[in-house]
Design a protein around this ligand. Structure first.
Ligand code: F6P
Length: 340
């Protein structure tokens, strides 16, 4: 078999470990592997690169993706879809492993609907792909954000200030939740809950009264109307670029205006997506990459390799993509146990 591999959408730590897992497992089956550069763009335009196990021995230690990535939607226009199908035929691809988030996996589902053999691997720092307990990239990104919060705590303590940290995550609050819980924030605002300013101000005041400072974590996707940020345009899949809204800075302005407490804000942006993967992400990505090739070997096309409890399994792409995974009531209950 000749197996094509691509990584699409926003990069995250763990992608190289997933590629390595897939390539080494393919070697075990005696399959050939070939990389497509820059996500669906490379698969559409025939941009390939050799992928062999020897060259990938240490690939899993690094962040980013050695294949490159893009937010190209190969089904945005029918002409692009035809180019993609022609490329897969010309490159003699017997099976494609598509590593990505909801958008990349939706394109994989469409490819499967058009009769091509494809298997998915979920990744994203947002942790919002359905069907899997966790996505790799999330643990690494949240660990970076938690470290940022701890650094901000030093300054907040020294200057008796409130400091707001804005984190990514799109319309799911997983990164904010993990950062707030792991880093002991006084308040954490997630998109799954309605913005409540009076409760926010009360918690900030009480934290400052008790400890002399307040740390607030804000997810970029909260439903706060922004006065100074821009809407930032959209990507090829129609997603608004949320960080351009600057909700963290807006929340800081509102805290200072509503409490009189000197307040600052920080937005760490893509710093969250870079750097070496954590151990958890290295292991998860390695397992899912290898599992994807097992699914190819079993000819279970139209599936995605997922983590369920301690096991990696294959589930139908159709099922995994039914709804994005957002923070549920039990997690919110735990989060609010620690409100200031
Ligand atoms: O989906 C991953 C993510 O990092 C989101 O958390 C964020 O909103 C978006 O990508 C940023 O996209 P870009 O890298 O295109 O600016």
């Amino acid at each position: 078999m000749r197996v094509g591999i691509l990584t699409g959408g926003g990069d995250c730590p763990g992608l190289n470990a997933a590629i390595r897992g897939a390539v080494y497992r393919a070697r075990k089956y005696g399959y050939e592997t070939i990389g497509f550069r820059d996500g669906w763009k490379g698969a559409r335009d025939g941009l390939t690169m050799p992928l062999d196990a020897v060259g990938l021995a240490h690939a899993g230690l690094r962040g980013g993706t050695l294949l490159g990535s893009s937010r190209t939607n190969p089904f945005a226009q029918e002409a692009d879809a035809e180019k993609l199908l022609a490329t897969l035929t010309r490159e003699r691809i017997d099976a494609l492993v598509a590593i990505g988030g909801d958008d990349t996996l939706s394109a994989a589902r469409e490819l499967h609907r058009r009769g091509r053999p494809v298997v998915g691997v979920p990744k994203t720092m947002d942790n919002d792909v359905g069907g899997t307990d966790w996505t790799f990239g999330f643990d690494s990104a949240s660990t970076v954000a938690m470290d940022a919060l701890e650094r901000l705590r030093d300054t907040a303590t020294s200057h008796h200030r409130a400091i707001v940290l804005e984190v990514m995550g799109r319309h799911a609050g997983w990164v904010a939740l993990a950062t707030g819980l792991g880093g002991a924030a006084d308040v954490t605002l997630v998109p799954e809950e309605t913005y409540d300013e009076s409760s926010l101000l009360a918690h900030v005041k009480s934290a400052v009264a008790a400890r002399g400072c307040a740390l607030v974590v804000v997810s970029e996707g909260i439903d706060l109307p922004v006065s100074q940020g821009s809407t930032g345009g959209q990507d090829q899949f129609g997603h608004e670029l949320l960080r351009e809204r600057g909700v963290g800075a807006e929340v800081a302005r509102r805290i200072e205006a509503g409490t009189g407490i000197e307040t600052r804000s920080a937005q760490i942006g893509h710093i969250q997506r870079g750097g070496p993967p954590t151990l958890f992400d290295r292991i998860l990505a390695t397992r899912l990459g290898a599992k994807a090739v097992d699914l190819v070997h079993e000819r279970r096309f139209g599936t995605v390799a997922v983590l369920r409890g301690e096991r990696v399994e294959g589930v139908a792409l159709e099922d995994a993509l039914k709804a994005p995974k957002t923070v549920d009531a039990a997690w919110l209950d735990l989060l609010h146990t620690f409100d200031a």
